[in-house]
Write a protein that binds this ligand. Structure first.
Ligand SMILES: Nc1nc2c(ncn2[C@@H]2O[C@H](COP(=O)(O)OP(=O)(O)OP(=O)(O)O)[C@@H](O)[C@H]2O)c(=O)[nH]1
Length: 407
């Protein structure tokens, strides 16, 4: 089986392609428990598509918790008024007003950042950093002898570490925030003189324990999110994108086309669609069994991923039908790639479970993806071309009669 990888055209590198998903790994297993540690430790291994789903989820948490913090903060003014001497009130009041303004800013930022991953992460970080900074400021500004009058401030590090468990943070993110809270508590103890006292050590121990519980909650929350995401968007047999995820991805590619070239100038950023169907697949099932058929589908999927580039997208459209989006490839180039794939399939040694060779061929329909058309329309054109390839004898590539193509 040949495995050549074509190089990306230079002009399409570094032009926002990272905003598109990477093709999923073939045969990637759904995982549970400890094996998910790699994915919950940091976001390094997350695909761009999951990063968007993750950010959307994070955003909803930021909005919910930000609202709770913003409401609780002014309520605590009542407690301050009851317990603090008047000369201290102006400090804490000023701090609370600044905290509330900050929280409103975080809420606004999260609300306006629907698809902006970095901004959403930043707003989540600020949501935790603002109350911590408020507490730190109170500790620094108030005279030491007045610190005993503070009621309900000492629990801020505990509240924030507990809040970590509400967010689907990665373990490293939570660990960083948790260590910062432990540092804050240590500073508070050094300031009020309880450092290394029995009560001080107990508080530190409690906060560290709470952090471990939050980290466990983060791990399970994030791994569950990943699992649900994969189940919703990936075909369990081949590990490729499923039909729903493909359609979402098609729209994203079109958005990228528009953003790259500007509205109305379609034709300048060519992208193409390949629709592939295994020939006489029913016969394979009938002759070798359904499970050998499944094996062929996986081998076929594997070949498609190896024949395409990282930014292209390979999806299982249904049954023995697959779709490839070639990003940055016009019709002529797409026909070449399709022919190369057809040839590779013909020459490849597909095998059943006993290593018996199964002859497999594929028919392919090719069309251009226009940036302003409904994705379904392009899929329909590719399907019609595929149908003609089947009708003309199978094991061949057929181009669609594309409208308004100007390469
Ligand atoms: N093993 C296996 N078979 C599948 C799967 N999904 C669909 N099929 C089979 O794929 C076959 C498709 O058959 P047809 O639609 O008649 O197409 P074909 O035999 O490939 O013939 P042409 O497409 O006309 O070349 C059916 O027998 C389905 O049962 C699957 O996930 N695994």
């Amino acid at each position: 089986m040949f495995t050549s990888k074509s190089r990306e055209p230079r002009e399409y590198q570094n032009r926002g392609l990272d905003a598109l998903a990477e093709p999923p790994e073939v045969g990637h297993e759904l995982f549970v428990g400890l094996s998910a540690l790699r994915d919950t430790l940091s976001s390094r291994h997350h695909t761009r598509d999951f990063a968007f789903a993750h950010a959307r989820y994070l955003r909803s948490r930021v909005l919910a918790l930000g609202l709770i913090f913003a409401l609780l903060s002014p309520l605590w003014i009542v407690v301050d008024t009851l317990v603090l001497p008047v000369e201290l009130l102006r400090y804490t009041l000023l701090g609370r007003v600044m905290l509330m303004l900050g929280l409103v800013g975080v809420l606004a930022l999260a609300y306006l950042s629907r698809e902006r991953i970095r901004r959403i992460r930043f707003s989540a970080g600020m949501l935790l950093a603002l109350p911590a900074a408020f507490y730190l400021l109170v500790l620094v500004i108030l005279p030491q002898e007045q610190l005993v009058n503070l009621v309900g401030y000492g629990f801020i590090p505990f509240l924030l570490v507990a809040a970590l468990s509400v967010f689907p943070f990665t373990l490293l993110e939570s660990l960083g925030a948790g260590l910062a809270m432990l540092g804050l508590l240590a500073f508070a103890q050094l300031t009020d003189g309880s450092w290394l006292s029995g009560q001080g050590v107990e508080s530190l121990w409690l906060l560290a324990t709470l952090l471990v519980v939050s980290l466990a909650a983060n791990h399970f929350q994030l791994s569950l999110l990943l699992r649900l995401y994969r189940q919703a968007t990936h075909d369990p047999l081949t590990g490729l994108f499923n039909r729903g995820a493909l359609e979402v991805h098609l729209s994203k590619v079109q958005t990228w086309q528009r953003a790259t070239e500007g509205q109305g100038s379609f034709g300048n950023v060519p992208c193409s669609l390949l629709m592939l169907d295994l020939d006489h697949f029913k016969r394979i099932n009938d002759s070798y069994g359904h499970s050998a058929g499944d094996r062929v589908l996986c081998q076929f999927a594997d070949l498609l991923v190896r024949q395409t580039r990282r930014h292209d997208c390979v999806a299982r459209y249904g049954g023995e039908e697959f779709v490839i989006i070639l990003v940055g490839s016009g019709e002529a180039r797409a026909m070449e790639v399709a022919e190369r794939i057809r040839y590779a399939v013909e020459k490849s040694e597909f095998t059943d479970h006993d290593g018996k060779i199964i002859a497999v061929t594929t028919s392919i329909g090719v069309t251009r993806l226009l940036q302003d058309e409904p994705p379904q329309q392009a899929l329909k054109r590719a399907d019609e071309a595929l149908y003609r390839a089947k009708r003309e004898g199978r094991n061949q590539v057929m181009g669609a009669n594309d409208p308004l193509i100007g390469e």
